[in-house]
Design a protein around this ligand. Structure first.
Ligand code: IPE
Ligand code: IPE
Ligand code: MG
Length: 237
């Protein structure tokens, strides 16, 4: 017999489609990024309501530096704004913020704002919000290997669990469900290692228009999936 509700601990989202959404409204791309950033709030609220423990959102990839300078600095300014203004709400909601990605390439003041926000929210335990920023999965794995080798680890100590401990996401469970908005069906260098057994949900809806209702729909589609992890259907029922 199938359990009524499948366990859902961790949802990851590739928040794509801000630019195209803005275009559809006859507005500049940055307008789409602003609405996209606002939309994160409602998905965080709904994640809490759904008792999800981890939400990981792809905010800026290592490849996104190749965008026009004006767009990159607009995105960084948005980040500054939310890092300063959301801490109060996170405290009220019990949200623990954690940045996953390579920090050193970010402006110094942003690095400081991140460290401050993480520290201020570190004891919150309702939801861990992992923001993937200057994140790329291959870079993450490469960096993990570098750290492992320089820590002098023995060959016999290299296990899958050990590798997980050296990733930016160390300590977080693997995502159960990975959502991508905006119509593309690719991972764009996001959580390659961690998504080995994630269920995927793709929607045409652009991120700024991805509502709580659509999010609920994705969760109910997930609920109907059969996760076999390599076993037969009979074994998992
Ligand atoms: C996602 O939306 C946000 C970031 C990558 C920062 P896009 O900016 O990629 O929007 P589209 O895909 O061009 O519509
Ligand atoms: C992925 O979106 C990165 C983020 C959502 C932050 P992109 O728009 O950068 O991905 P591609 O270029 O379409 O693969
Ligand atoms: Mg895009």
């Amino acid at each position: 017999m199938k359990p009524d509700v499948k366990s859902l601990t961790h949802v990851a989202i590739i928040m794509d489609g801000n630019g195209r959404w803005a275009k559809s409204q006859g507005k500049p791309r940055l307008f789409g990024h602003r609405r996209g950033a606002e939309n994160i709030k409602s998905i965080v609220e709904e994640s809490i309501a759904q008792k999800i423990s981890y939400l990981t959102i792809y905010a800026f990839s290592t490849e996104n530096w190749h965008r026009p300078q004006e767009e990159v600095s607009g995105l960084m300014n948005l980040l500054r704004f939310y890092l300063k203004n959301e801490i109060k709400t996170f405290k009220k909601q019990g949200v623990r913020l954690r940045m996953v990605g390579e920090r050193s390439r970010l402006d110094k003041d942003i690095q400081e704002l991140i460290a401050h926000a993480e520290k201020e929210t570190q004891d919150n335990s309702v939801l861990t919000l992992q923001v993937a920023l200057n994140y790329g999965s291959r870079g993450e794995i490469t960096e993990a290997l570098r750290k492992m080798v320089s820590s002098g680890i023995e060959v016999s100590q290299i296990t899958e669990e050990k590798i997980g401990e050296f990733l930016y996401t160390a300590g977080a469970p693997d995502p159960d469900l990975l959502i991508r908005t905006g119509g593309e069906q690719r991972l764009s260098n996001f959580l390659l290692w961690q998504s080995a057994y994630a269920e995927f949900y793709f929607t045409e809806t652009f991120w700024p228009a991805f509502s709580k209702q659509e999010f609920q729909k994705a969760l109910s589609v997930y609920d109907g999936r059969e996760r076999r992890h390599g076993k037969t259907s009979d074994q998992v029922q």
